[in-house]
Structures are given as C-alpha cells and as structure tokens.
Design a protein around this ligand. Structure first.
Ligand code: F3S
Ligand code: F3S
Length: 105
C-alpha cells in the first residue's frame, strides 16, 4: 500500500483524495491516512501531493518515522469502512502524528 507521511500533518492539501479510484484516503484531525488494505497500489495519489507526503510503503524515508505503522494504526478502531467519503473527517490521529510538534506559522 501507499502511505501518507509526516509532511501532510497540518497541511492536508487533499489533492490526493480526488485521484484515488477506491476512496481509501481518510481524513483525521491533523493529517490524512491511506487504508493499508483498501489501497490497490494504483499510485495516482503520489505525484499530486504538493508537499510530497505520499510514498510507497517500502520507500518512506526512515527519518520521517514509521508512517507505515502510523497509517495502519489510524484504522485500529474503525476497521475497514470501505470508503472515506461517506465517513467524513474523523477527529483522531495516529499516536505518531498526534505527537508531531505543531508547525509555527
Ligand atoms: Fe496530505 Fe498531500 Fe494529500 S498534503 S491530504 S497527502 S495531497
Ligand atoms: Fe488510492 Fe493512492 Fe492507493 S490513489 S489506491 S491511495 S496508491
């Protein structure tokens, strides 16, 4: 699956959502998350993110932290809803994203 990493936090551009054919990019409080089992690896989301937050799971730079686990952890309590648009924005974040310092404007 593809993974949304740290650069998305507090940016949430959402261009990626429009590209996903299976509606598997979910909105959390501070970032968006790709469902690891619903993503079909089409890759369409990756080039449109203006802050280059999206990586194939094996290509996430280690310096950004374990965002593969972070994306999966976001879905621990909601399972596989089968579509993000019907759900809307959810108030929670993964522990990793929640722990990121707030960007100073
Ligand atoms: Fe985030 Fe980039 Fe999508 S900032 S919402 S991953 S387009
Ligand atoms: Fe969707 Fe991106 Fe996966 S467009 S199917 S989340 S690679």
């Amino acid at each position: 699956a593809y993974v949304i990493a740290q650069p998305c936090a507090d940016v949430k551009d959402k261009s990626c959502i429009d590209e996903c054919p299976v509606d598997c990019i979910y909105e959390g409080g501070r970032a968006l998350y790709i469902h690891p089992e619903e993503c079909v690896d089409c890759g369409a989301c990756e080039p449109v993110c203006p802050v280059e937050a999206i990586y194939f799971e094996d290509d996430v730079p280690a310096s950004l932290g374990d965002h593969r686990a972070s994306n999966a952890a976001f879905f621990a309590e909601i399972g596989s809803p089968g579509g993000a648009s019907a759900l809307g924005a959810l108030p929670h974040d993964s522990a990793l994203v929640a722990s990121l310092p707030l960007a100073v404007a």
